[in-house]
Design a protein around this ligand. Structure first.
Ligand code: BES
Ligand code: MN
Ligand code: ZN
Length: 488
């Protein structure tokens, strides 16, 4: 995870050098004799069977471990291509003991800019993560020891200080999301947030008594079926020179296990629902990054934490609860709990924090993966500029968003039965949009965006940037947004 930066790295036999070649232009490389290149082209795998090839070169003086990387796998120097290229290298280097990225080796003749190199490293490190706290680690992991040789190594090392923290934070998100629900539950997650006080963050944890006093009936309702009580965590980073400057507020759905409550999920649908707190994990680590990198803005984070369980105390379908906003919600499905905990978090943000903008991130609807798969997350917003900025940030970090509609044509989705609002419908149509419309009722005129990561927070298969499991989706994108686009 911690690359070492050198101007001159002494050659070591165990260290694998990465050589970039263009297969299409003959596979030449200044470090390879022409006949070696020619033989490789003849015998190597064709482009369709992989973009890399490990080699052991036996010279008269020493043996060299080499990885040939086909630069056709890096079509341009966009952050996305660079990250994916880095991820591919990590995968190809499994089992090697250490790796040397010498800029002149990887890019003979055409040095890419610093950012491209950093993105390659970030992609490499992202692909490295695996959750093996409760099992024997994988046998062949990508090399932990990484060396970078570049004439501008000092500059790169300085830039990596920030980038490396973000990558580490994204690993921590993945760790939290992967932790089982018997280990990670509202109180234990709140305890993790409290540790961030050491970094200069203001952290407050509201327990049931305080939640009741405030009137957060929706969050309390969702949590009341569980033996593990709900919590609301408030985190504040005051980086702006004016402490009263309106913060960017970010709220995360933190359902540490979603059984569906009395609207119990089916057996296959319940499996994996430990990851229903991925939004809250992103917010927690986002605030850590803001503090660690001393972002010059004010940021407020809200974690809406609860466990959704069936029991004699659980919320029933037909119950009507009073939300923090004062509006009443009739429970149609106890499994539509995410919008419940979030509506109180959003009301809290709007009325008590007066934010410049408000973003929520949540594994909200299964329909989101039906619509966009694991490749993109849904973006819903009442503000074009905010939506545009978030979209841009996602393109840069390869956490891609797609804007979904929520215009007044969809107002008909919002039904009033015996209360101001119903929390769900039994219809199958536009479920993700319905959930977004529901949330929109609680943000008044605040510029607001909702990111539905139900399809992207967890992956059942390896993706270019991560292995099966938690992806950490959203952290890097939101950090990028704060760093670049947030109103100062
Ligand atoms: N946490 C789920 C959404 C989810 C499903 C996330 C699959 C990740 C993977 C959410 O609380 C939920 O149960 N949503 C329901 C809403 C319905 C009851 C209106 C859904 O999507 O089916
Ligand atoms: Mn649910
Ligand atoms: Zn849920």
């Amino acid at each position: 995870m911690n690359p070492e930066f050198h101007v001159n790295f002494p050659a070591e036999a165990e260290t694998t050098r990465v050589l970039g070649v263009h297969r299409q232009s003959g596979g030449q490389h200044p470090a390879l004799a022409p006949e070696v290149s020619a033989a490789l082209l003849r015998h190597g795998p064709d482009a369709s069977s992989g973009r890399t090839m490990p080699l052991i070169l036996q010279g008269p003086e020493r043996t060299e471990n080499i990885l040939l990387a086909d630069l056709d796998g890096l079509p341009d120097c966009s952050p996305r291509s660079c990250r994916r290229f880095g991820g591919m290298l990590a995968d190809a280097l499994r089992g090697h003991s250490s790796v040397l990225f010498r800029t002149e080796d990887v890019f003979p003749g055409e040095r890419p800019d610093d950012c491209a190199l950093l993105h390659i490293l970030a992609g490499y490190c992202s692909r490295q993560y695996s959750f093996d706290r409760y099992r024997a680690p994988e046998k062949a992991c990508p090399p932990q020891r990484m060396f970078v040789e570049d004439a501008g190594s000092e500059r790169l090392a300085a830039l990596w200080l920030r980038q490396g923290r973000i990558v580490e934070a994204s690993h921590r998100v993945r760790q939290m999301v992967s932790e089982p629900p018997n280990v990670l539950y509202p109180e234990s997650m709140a305890a993790m947030a409290l540790q961030l006080r050491d970094l200069g963050l203001v952290v407050d944890v509201l327990d049931e008594r305080e939640l009741r006093r405030l009137g957060m009936g929706a969050l309390l309702g969702v949590g009341q079926g569980s033996d593990r009580p709900p919590r609301l965590v408030l985190l504040r980073w005051q980086g702006h020179s004016d402490p009263a400057a309106p913060p960017v507020a970010v709220a995360g759905k933190g359902i540490t296990f979603d059984s569906g409550g009395l609207s119990l999920k089916t057996r296959p649908n319940m499996r994996g629902m430990k990851h229903d707190m991925a939004g809250a994990a992103v917010v927690l680590e986002l605030l850590r990054c803001a503090a660690e990198t001393r972002l010059p803005i004010n940021v407020a984070g809200i974690l809406a934490l609860a466990e959704n369980m069936p029991s004699g105390k659980a919320l029933r379908p037909d119950d009507i609860i009073r939300t923090l906003s004062g509006r009443h919600v009739e429970i149609v499905s106890a499994d539509a709990e995410g919008r419940m905990v979030l509506c109180d978090a959003l009301s809290y943000a709007v009325t008590r924090l007066a934010p410049s903008c408000l973003i929520d991130i949540a594994t909200l609807t299964g329909a989101m993966s039906t619509a966009l798969g694991w490749q993109k997350a849904g973006l819903f917003s009442n503000d074009d500029r905010l939506a545009e900025a978030l979209f841009e940030a996602g393109e840069e970090t390869d956490e891609r968003l797609w804007r979904m509609p929520m215009d007044e044509d969809y107002d008909t989705l919002l039904k009033t039965g015996d209360a101001d609002l119903e929390n769900a419908t039994f219809g199958q149509n536009a479920r993700s949009i319905f959930a977004a419309k529901f949330l929109e009722q609680f943000v008044d005129n605040t510029p607001w965006a909702h990111i539905d990561i139900a399809g992207t927070a967890w992956s059942d298969a390896d993706t270019p940037m991560s292995r099966r499991g938690a992806t950490g989706f959203g952290l890097q994108l939101l950090y990028r947004f704060l760093e670049k686009h947030a109103p100062a």
